[in-house]
Design a protein around this ligand. Structure first.
Ligand code: AHR
Length: 366
């Protein structure tokens, strides 16, 4: 029954839309970068990205009528924490999916950014005999021992959002998340086209970058993508980069710190929206106009960032899609039914800039 429902759910899943930009053609940017991801989706079992979760409720509710406590699937989900708007949307996506009505019993742990707590949670899930573990790892390294215990207990592990680093791929069933390096590259593609369109393509530019939590895939990939992208444009120089740990408070703090030493930069790349909101406050307090004195590129694409684009304070936002719950559920159904699945599954993501923010804000679901 669950399997049938999940098929219905999948058929209801919608693709997220790509906006078009007046200054820079987003289809130029997205078309090339995401082609491989689209192809993976076409070739593999990887399905389209869930964009509206409310569409799934009727089918799930129907299914609930036949479920009893005994045949609920026990899931243990360990989340990074609640450091950002993106993270809250990710948690909600999982919690909305792994409900009794959908046939699940969810054991949820918020690790507050602490890997040791995550490892502890995995051990508890194993002790509680969950049928599958979903892990959103804080950082990439240090998971082997805990995952070996899960493997010995025959409990499949689905890694979500950030990736892990291991020499033994058999320690996890699959991964669902974002192509963080492509996100970083896309930010530079957008930036270079934007500066060209403003007649500033050949000027010298000083770039400040706020990084996320060091050692997290989202930081590693975005940093790598930005560095590689900028290496092709020697007139763009990174003058400062430091972690703001993906939070508004630390983003503001780091920006303030740097502003005390220099205001000689015209571009801010901030690896998530929360840090960007903090940095915008710091820039304003220092007498700078975000979005004009400093071109700002952010990541995630939460609704408030679209509002900031409308207000002219963020110039572009590189989407990171947190709506992974229905997708993860589908995979767990397949894993438990011993069906083949693709090991690596990318979410569908887009690039938005200020010129499309007004038209897109109503479509944002997080
Ligand atoms: O791993 C995804 C990142 O983690 C998001 O960009 C950020 O907002 C979150 O905290």
């Amino acid at each position: 029954m669950l399997k049938k429902v999940s098929l219905i759910l999948l058929s209801l899943i919608l693709l997220s839309g790509c906006g078009s930009s007046e200054d820079v053609s987003q289809s130029d940017i997205i078309g090339t970068k995401y082609q491989s991801i689209r192809e993976q989706r076409k070739n593999g079992t990887s399905s389209q990205t869930p964009q509206t979760q409310s569409a799934q409720a009727p089918a799930a509710a129907e299914n609930a009528k036949t479920e009893t406590k005994e045949n609920l699937i026990k899931i243990g989900f360990c989340q990074v924490g609640a450091e950002s708007g993106w993270r809250n949307a990710h948690t909600n996506s999982m919690k909305d999916m792994f409900t009794k009505e959908n046939g699940y019993q969810l054991d949820f742990v918020d690790a507050n950014g602490d890997q040791a707590k995550q490892i502890e949670a995995i051990k508890t899930f194993i002790k509680n005999k969950v049928q599958a573990i979903v892990l959103a790892p804080v950082v990439e390294t240090g998971w082997d021992d805990a995952l070996k215990e899960a493997k010995s207990a025959n409990i499949p592990v689905v890694i979500v959002d950030r990736m892990i680093k291991t020499n033994d791929d058999s320690l996890y069933a699959c991964w669902v998340g974002s192509n963080f390096k492509a996100e970083g590259e896309n930010s530079i593609d957008w930036l270079v086209k934007y500066m060209d369109s403003k007649g500033k393509g050949s000027d010298n530019h000083n770039v400040v970058m706020l990084q996320g939590t060091m050692g997290a895939s989202a930081e590693i990939g975005r940093t790598e993508g930005v560095h590689e992208g900028l290496s092709k444009h020697p007139n763009y120089k990174i003058v400062f980069e430091k972690s703001g740990n993906f939070t508004k408070e630390e983003g503001k703090q780091v920006m303030e710190e740097y502003l005390k030493t220099s205001k000689d930069f015209d571009i801010l790349i901030s690896q998530n929206d929360d840090m960007t909101f903090g940095a915008i406050e710091a820039l304003k307090e220092a007498g700078l106009n975000p979005g004009t004195d400093v071109t700002i590129i952010s990541f995630d694409g939460v609704k408030d960032a679209f509002q900031a684009m409308i207000n002219g304070e963020i110039n572009a936002d590189i989407e990171c899609n947190p709506l992974q719950g229905p997708f993860v559920s589908e995979l767990i159904q397949k894993i438990l039914a011993k069906e083949n699945i693709e090991k690596i599954q990318y979410m569908y993501e887009s690039v938005y800039d200020a010129s499309v923010a007004q038209q897109e804000i109503g479509n944002r679901v997080y």
